[in-house]
Design a protein around this ligand. Structure first.
Ligand SMILES: N[C@@H](CCC[C@H](N)C(=O)O)C(=O)O
Length: 274
């Protein structure tokens, strides 16, 4: 079977997007297909596979799978990408509303390949947990912005071992069984953060993680390190912003704004045994 896809990048977090409104991909095949298509050596290559599906009450529904095939209820960079993809497919207008398993999102396509997402409220905030890994103790903050995130403030963001510490914290018993994404953050001048993320499901550092950048922005405001709107520079150099109303422990009206663009379109042949 030949399947049409679009490849999108959102701050260097890259995705394969497929229109699955007609259920061309069966639910039981999604995880194996994600693993196969996201392989950077033997297939298209991406950090994740995103399916656009029918919704009973909104413009569409987003389904997200990491490159290792694992399912995730949300992806911030993927959310901006699917908004762009839906507009390109004429499934949605410039302003749209879509479902994810983390909550409903209002999105708007902005000029210059930028997209704004009005997110649902985050949950499970826990500040200042002590976690020891690889002989080092970290002061970590946890929040679920659609998927679980740890936020750690560091002085030397260039030299922190994102892979080593990120992987160990991702697997630490404190965050079992789901695990967590791990963000290392440095606050620089003018309400600006540098963020590096070890992503669960990619099992490596990615060039950006939208829900991680959102988590980093929220925790920075709650700790008084920055004021909303917070500017964020992702690992790949792209600029995003996170704003929130109610900068207290009942955070609401969280908005993530950043780039998303279609890099190419193609057709891929899927063997029936995926
Ligand atoms: N890259 C995403 C997050 C994707 C899901 C994550 N890897 C998980 O499994 O929790 C983003 O931009 O938010």
């Amino acid at each position: 079977m030949n399947i049409n896809f679009s490849k999108l990048t959102a701050a260097g977090n890259d995705f394969i997007l497929i229109d699955n409104r007609e259920n061309i991909i069966a639910q039981e095949d999604c995880q194996a297909l994600a693993k196969k298509l996201c392989d950077r050596k033997y297939s298209i290559g991406a950090d994740g596979l995103i399916l656009l599906e029918k919704s009973a009450c909104k413009d569409f529904k987003m389904k997200y799978f990491n490159s290792d095939g694992s399912y995730a209820s949300m992806c911030g960079n993927g959310g901006r990408s699917i908004a762009k993809f839906a507009y390109d497919l004429c499934v949605a207008n410039l302003k749209m509303v879509f479902e994810t398993d983390a909550g409903v999102i209002n999105a708007e396509i902005l000029p210059e390949d930028r997209v704004r997402l009005d997110l649902y409220n985050p949950r499970d905030l826990k500040k200042d947990i002590k976690v020891e890994v690889n002989g080092k103790e970290f002061d970590v903050n946890f929040i679920n912005t659609g998927v679980p995130h740890v936020v750690i403030f560091v002085d030397d963001i260039e030299n922190i071992d994102v892979f080593g510490y990120g992987r160990a914290i991702r697997r630490h018993k404190t965050f079992a069984p789901a695990g967590t994404n791990v963000n290392f953050v440095k606050v620089i001048k003018d309400n600006t953060l540098l963020v590096r993320t070890y992503e669960r499901g990619v099992e490596d550092e990615t060039l950006a993680c939208g829900t991680g950048i959102t988590a980093s922005g929220i925790i920075s405001v709650l700790k008084g390190f920055a004021a909303s709107p917070v500017k964020v520079i992702a690992r790949g150099g792209d600029k995003l912003s996170v704003s929130l109303r109610n900068p207290n422990d009942k955070i609401s009206n969280v908005v993530l704004e950043g780039p998303a663009l279609i890099t190419f379109k193609g057709t891929v042949k899927i063997q029936s045994e995926v």
